[in-house]
Each structure stands twice: as C-alpha cells, then as structure tokens.
Design a protein around this ligand. Sequence first.
Ligand SMILES: *Cc1c(COP(=O)(O)O)cnc(C)c1O
Length: 391
Amino acid sequence: MPRIYADNAATTKISQTAMKAMISAMENSYGNPSSIHQIGMAANDALQTAREQIARCLGCMPKEIFFTSGGTESDNQAIVSAAMLGAKKNKRHIISTAFEHHAVLHTLRRLKEQGFEIQLLDVGAEGNITAAQVEEAIRPDTCLVTVMFANNEIGSVLPIAEIGEACRAHGVLFHTDAVQAAGHIPVNVKKQNIDMLSLSAHKFHGPRGIGALYVKRGIELTSLMEGGGQERGKRPGTENLPAIMGMAAALKEECTLMEQNEAKVIAMRDRLIQGLSQIPYSILNGSREKRLPGNVNFCFEGVSGESLLLLLDSRGICASSGSACASGALDPSPVLLSLGLAPEIAQGSLRISLDISNTEEEIDYMLEVIPQVVEQLRGMSDDWRKKHCED
Ligand SMILES: *Cc1c(COP(=O)(O)O)cnc(C)c1O
C-alpha cells in the first residue's frame, strides 16, 4: 500500500538542501555570532548571509529581516508592535478577517481585552475579501490592517498588493501572515505594498521552530522578551544558526524553482479537484481560481470528516479535515463556518494539501480511493440512506 503525504499545509518534509545547510552550520558555524573571536565572527558571517538570502527572496533589505521562532511569534510581534505604535497616537482600531490563523486571531483577542477595537471583515461564501472592503473599514483611528496572504484551510489567495495600496493611501500599517504563501507563490514586499510580513520555515521544506518577520525600515518593533541585544535589540536570545541557515537554504531553493514547481503542483491540484467534483453532493470550498497551487478542500455531505480521515489513513492517505491545530477537535472548522456553511456540512470536510513532493501516480490513487471511502461512509449512515436511497 502506498503512503501518501498530502498534509503539506500542516507542515512539510525537510528538504535535503535544508538538512545539508543545517549539518554544515552545526559542523562549521558553531560559534556564537556575538563573540568577537574568529569562530564567532565566522558564525556571524553565516548569519548575515542567511539574512541576505531571505531578503533577496522577499525583495527587501537584509536589515529589515528579524529571525523569530516561527510564524506564530512573527504574527504576535508584528501585531503587538503595531498596536503599541497605534496606542501612542490614541489609535486603537484594528482591521482583520474572520478566517485568520489563531496566531493572529488570539493575539487580536488579547488586544481587545486591553481596550483595542477589533473589526473582522466578512470573507463571504468564496472565502476572500476585497481591497474595497478594507478601504471602507479604515477610520481615522485605525492603527493596523492585518490580513493573511493565503488561507491555510481553503487556500484562498487574497489581493494583498491592492490591500497594501489602500492601507498606504490612508497611512495605516499593513501586516500580512504569509506563512502559506512564502516559497509557494510570488511574494515581494515592495511590489505588494507590505509593511510587515510573517513567514515560517517548516511550511516550505525548512526546519521547525524558525521563522522570520519582515519589518519595513522606520517601523519601530516592540520586543516580546527581555534579554540580550540580538536582532538589533528586538529579539533576544542566542541565534538558532542551524535552523536559520536551513530556512535560508530552503527558501532560496523554493524561490529559484517556484515557477516550474507551481505549474506542476497546479496541474495535480486541478486534476484532483476535477475528479472529486464528480462525487455526488460534494462542495469545493474556496475559489476555483484565486487558490494556492497545492490546496484542495471539499465537503462531502453525509460524511463525518473524522471518519473519512481515519479510513483514508488506513488506505495510506495522510490528509486533514481543516487546520492541523483544529484536527482532533470534533467541532466543525471555524474557517468553513465563516464561509456560511451549515455546521453539518462543514464537519464533513477534507483538506488535501499537495506540493512538489507529490506525484501524478499519487493523484491517481487518491482519485480511486476517496470516492470509494465516501460511498462506504454514506452507506453506513442511516440519515444519508433515508434522505438519498430509499425512494
Ligand atoms: C502554520 C501557520 C502559522 C504558524 O506557524 P508556526 O511556525 O507553526 O508557528 C501561522 N499562520 C499560518 C497561516 C500558518 O499556516
């Protein structure tokens, strides 16, 4: 039986390139980048090279990149920093969307408790927003717009450049959680009018526990911790150089190969979407076009998402029902509910997240097995049989 990894939105397998860079860092760049002897300075050189590589992929200056422990920390630090800057000017209104990652939503929830006003834009049935929605929501006391680049569950790609343009026109800071986008689709902070951007290495074949925050020059970052003067005083703690070098190597590789990888992954995705759409009473979640290359997300009426995952796993397919953070919970995905889906439909969801490590043969296998498993589960459901079979 094959074993297919189709949960790349939860995390990706580390690439050989990233692993080699990490081993080399541990073997050769083991000094503390803050030490002033030769071994320390060599480590500092490696750190700066990694920063330059990441800056080049994002279209910014190296000193605009801060290393963090991942997407979650980057989101927290960007949002808290913007809120602190806003509070100084008595601006406490923040605009975001209803389907952000918990790293954003829960940070906003905490700020709400501290007196900020949080406005979450409706993402509609297709799961997207427009720049006009953002522009209408902006007020004189708005201090931040934080809108994800691409959604982790339904794969929507948001109109980031236009949203950034609207924010800039009104002098409002714009942060984007680009964790699902970086390394997969073109990201350029200059062209896309982005002030702050979060990314995480393990979503593009780098290691866990490392990420970066881009902050446009001139924006004052607030440190979330007290400690040493690393990262220009904004993120204390001895730098995790092996992980940083692994992340830089992974991002550089993904950016170099992006165009050719994107085309291959989109072809696999579209074939899978086409095939699964043939299953009766299935709904494709998210838009057909403005969609991440690897994202497939369906609801199958009359099927429990959890049973579906377990049966697929027994047939060698590793997928998910929504976000990894939510699987295990029995509740339907809040992201799917934000699209206006009924809870009994939303709980029958399946997310398949592909990337360049998947193959056309794996798509064939999934197209054979998923319809069988959906039918099997429907056959076991009394409600389904009553509704659809006994007439
Ligand atoms: C995975 C993810 C995060 C969290 O990143 P970590 O590095 O795991 O902390 C944040 N936002 C989105 C959209 C994600 O997909």
